[in-house]
Design a protein around this ligand. Structure first.
Ligand SMILES: NC(=O)C1=CN([C@@H]2O[C@H](COP(=O)(O)OP(=O)(O)OC[C@H]3O[C@@H](n4cnc5c(N)ncnc54)[C@H](OP(=O)(O)O)[C@@H]3O)[C@@H](O)[C@H]2O)C=CC1
Ligand SMILES: O=C(O)[C@@H]1CCC=N1
Length: 268
């Protein structure tokens, strides 16, 4: 079996480990790293896997997943480079950092795959996009895909799209939570008890998401089905338009995309 090492098993790294375990990956073929001993101990007890040093992890792994924050990647790569052979693929989850960032710092020929997933990975509802760096072949992409399949959906896209993907699906859950928070506030404003407000809005969000997924209809059609002539919904839609919510969403996504580009510039 392929040995997978997850370097920096925080929120996203843990989601990858959990997915692999759910898919039946043997615990003895999974390795993780952490920089604090208490985190290492927690990972060992939660997953029943070995937590080792970064250099030992890459020496033993057939495929290495980098799941540290972008600002921690440079130091990590300095530590790793002497222990990597250049044959085994490295999969980066770091927002903003291009595959060239890794290719420059790792031994010549190291195949690098860039991936962007999202936190619904924790409930097997992620969407992960993977892109090949210069030395990554179709076989490396398939290997990377195996890691993300247990987390939800996986798509392949050219790396030129990954900053946009980061801004949309990577950050996207936060935008939906923000909308849900606003709707819960509206329920409180109108006097509903907080416990009812939460249930009402979370189930409305879940139901609307299930309709989008299961009917295959365009969101406009689904919205029209809710919006009765001279009814209540159109009054709300008018307010959303008056407050330029759609323009705000476009601007917000572009701002996230631009931050991803800025990160690339900061750590080129
Ligand atoms: N959160 C999200 O929704 C998404 C995040 N990403 C990307 O995934 C990556 C991880 O994000 P996230 O999981 O949220 O971040 P976390 O901070 O939760 O996890 C990163 C982990 O890496 C550890 N770490 C840092 N440096 C080292 C090192 N040298 N050796 C071992 N461990 C180290 C950190 O340790 P410590 O606990 O000591 O800080 C931390 O536990 C980021 O690059 C991010 O851009 C991608 C998609 C979605
Ligand atoms: O906010 C971030 O930088 C990370 C990347 C995508 C989602 N969270």
């Amino acid at each position: 079996m392929t040995t997978v090492a997850v370097l920096g098993a925080g929120r996203i790294g843990k989601a990858v480990l959990a997915g692999l375990k759910r898919s039946g990956w043997p615990a003895e073929d999974l390795l993780a790293t952490a920089r604090r001993p208490e985190r290492a101990a927690a990972l060992e007890s939660e997953f029943g896997i070995q937590v080792v040093s970064n250099s030992e992890a890459v020496k033993r792994a057939d495929i290495t997943v980098i799941a540290v924050k972008p600002q921690d990647a440079e130091a990590l790569l300095e530590e790793l480079a002497p222990s990597l052979s250049g044959d085994n693929p490295v999969v980066s989850l770091c927002a903003g950092l291009p595959t060239t960032f890794f290719e420059k710092r790792l031994p010549d020929g190291t195949p690098v795959v860039r991936a962007m997933t999202n936190t619904p990975a924790l409930v097997e509802e992620a969407v992960t996009v993977i892109s090949a760096g210069k030395q990554a072949t179709e076989a490396h992409l398939r290997q990377a895909e195996q890691l993300f399949q247990p987390l939800g959906h996986t798509l392949h896209l050219d790396e030129s799209h990954i900053d946009a993907v980061t801004a949309l699906s990577g950050s996207g859950p936060a935008y939906f939570y923000y909308l849900v928070e606003g709707m819960i506030d509206a329920a409180i404003l109108m006097g509903l008890p907080r416990s009812v407000a939460q249930e009402l809005i979370v189930q409305t969000a879940t139901g609307a998401a299930a309709m989008l997924r299961d009917t295959g209809e365009h969101p406009v059609q689904l919205r029209e089905a809710v919006t009765s002539p001279a009814g209540t919904t159109i009054n709300a839609v008018r307010e959303l338009e008056r407050h330029r919510v759609r323009a705000a969403i476009l601007d917000a996504a572009e701002a996230a995309r631009d931050r991803a580009r800025e990160i690339a510039g900061e750590y080129s």
